[in-house]
Design a protein around this ligand. Structure first.
Ligand code: HSE
Length: 320
C-alpha cells in the first residue's frame, strides 16, 4: 500500500487534498442577548484549503479586507487550523497549508468576520484529517479561540443560536424561527475592533438593567419559536452594552430609531458594531425603506454606511 492509500484507508485525506468550505456571516447579541444570542445571515466567506507536509504557508485573499489579511503565522484561519491539527494524531504530519479565501463578510464591522475565519479553518482542516472532531468539539474549539460563543455558534450551526458558558464549556441550541425574517444591515465605513468595543463596558450592571435584558432576550426567543409577531415590540432593546458603546458609533441611536420609524420591528447594534441590524417580517419594499432610512440616519452624523438586505442562513458552515 502506498502512503497515500494508507491515509485514505484511515479516513485521512492525503497531503495535498483540497477542500472548500462556505461559512455565513453572523450577528451577535440581537439587542438584549449580550454574549449569548446570535444568528447566521446570508453573506458568506469561502475557504479553499490544501494541507501540506512541508512547513510552508501560502495565503491568498480576495474581496473584503484582502489588503489587510496577514499572510504569516498571525493569520487567524491558519492559527485555527494549527490548533486543530495539533490536537489530532493524523494532523501532526501537516506542517503547512495553502489558504485561499474569498471574502464577502465586511471585516471588523460586527458581522462575525473573525468567527467565520476561525470556523472555516476548523471545518476544513477537520474534514481533511477525516473528521475526528464532532460539531460540539468544533464549537468548543472555536469558542476557545474567539473568547465568546455568540458568533462562532451561528457560523458553525446556522439559524438563531442561544449559547451558555459554564466554566469555559459551551452549550448551544440552534433553532429556526416560525416567522421568516429579513435583516437590514447598515454597515458604516469605519472598522471597530471588538476588543475596543469591549473596553468601554462596565464590569458590573444594575439589577434593573439585568432584568430589562433577561426579560427581553427570553421573550424574543419565545416569540421567534412560537411565531408570535405581536410580542416582538421592544424586545430588541438593550440596557447593558449599547448605552456604553454609543459614543464609539456616531449615528447609532439615530439609525435604530429610523429603522423603527421605517417599519422595522426592532433594531440593534450588530455584535460589537459598528453595523446596525434591523429586523423585519415585512416584504422587500419595507426592507428597502428601512435600508435607506438607516443609511440616511448615519449620513446625518457624517458617517457613510452601506446597506444590505439579508436572510437567515439555516445551514451554517458546510463543505462545497
Ligand atoms: N458579544 C460580543 C460583543 C460580540 O458584543 O462584544 C462581538 O462580535
Amino acid at each position: 500500500m502506498t502512503e497515500n492509500e494508507e491515509l485514505i484507508m484511515s479516513g485521512v485525506k492525503p497531503a495535498g487534498a483540497r477542500i472548500k468550505v462556505r461559512v455565513p456571516g453572523t450577528s451577535a447579541n440581537c439587542g438584549p442577548g449580550f454574549d449569548c444570542l446570535g444568528l447566521a445571515c446570508s453573506i458568506y466567506n469561502d475557504l479553499e484549503l490544501t494541507l501540506l507536509r512541508e512547513p510552508k504557508l501560502i495565503v491568498e485573499t480576495t474581496g473584503e479586507g484582502a489588503e489587510s489579511v496577514p499572510t504569516d503565522d498571525k493569520n487567524i484561519v491558519w492559527r485555527s487550523i494549527k490548533m486543530l491539527l495539533e490536537r489530532t494524531k493524523s494532523g501532526a504530519e501537516f506542517k503547512g497549508a495553502v489558504i485561499k479565501m474569498e471574502n464577502h463578510i465586511p471585516m471588523s464591522r460586527g458581522l462575525g468576520s473573525s468567527a467565520a475565519a476561525i470556523v472555516a479553518g476548523l471545518k476544513a482542516a477537520n474534514a481533511i484529517v477525516g473528521s475526528p472532531f464532532n460539531r460540539q468539539e468544533l464549537l468548543q474549539l472555536a469558542t476557545d479561540i474567539e473568547g465568546h460563543p455568540d458568533n462562532v455558534a451561528p457560523a458553525l450551526l446556522g439559524g438563531f443560536t442561544v449559547s451558555v458558558m459554564d466554566h469555559g464549556k459551551v452549550q448551544t441550541l440552534s433553532f429556526l424561527p416560525k416567522i421568516p425574517m429579513n435583516f437590514v444591515l447598515a454597515v458604516p465605513d469605519f472598522p471597530l475592533p471588538t476588543w475596543q468595543a469591549r473596553q468601554v463596558l462596565p464590569k458590573e450592571v444594575a439589577m434593573k438593567d439585568a432584568v430589562f435584558n433577561i426579560s427581553r432576550a427570553s421573550m424574543m426567543v419565545a416569540a421567534l419559536i412560537k411565531g408570535k409577531e405581536r410580542f416582538f415590540k421592544n424586545v430588541f432593546d438593550d440596557a447593558i452594552h449599547q448605552p456604553y458603546r454609543k459614543d464609539l458609533i456616531p449615528g447609532l441611536r439615530e439609525a435604530i430609531d429610523s429603522a423603527r420609524k421605517a417599519g422595522a420591528i426592532g433594531a440593534a447594534l450588530s455584535g460589537a458594531g459598528p453595523a446596525v441590524i434591523a429586523f423585519t417580517v415585512e416584504k422587500q419594499h419595507i426592507a428597502n425603506d428601512i435600508a435607506s432610512a438607516m443609511a440616511q440616519a448615519f449620513a446625518s452624523k457624517n458617517v457613510k454606511a452601506k446597506a444590505m438586505i439579508l436572510k437567515l442562513d439555516t445551514r451554517g458552515a458546510h463543505i462545497i
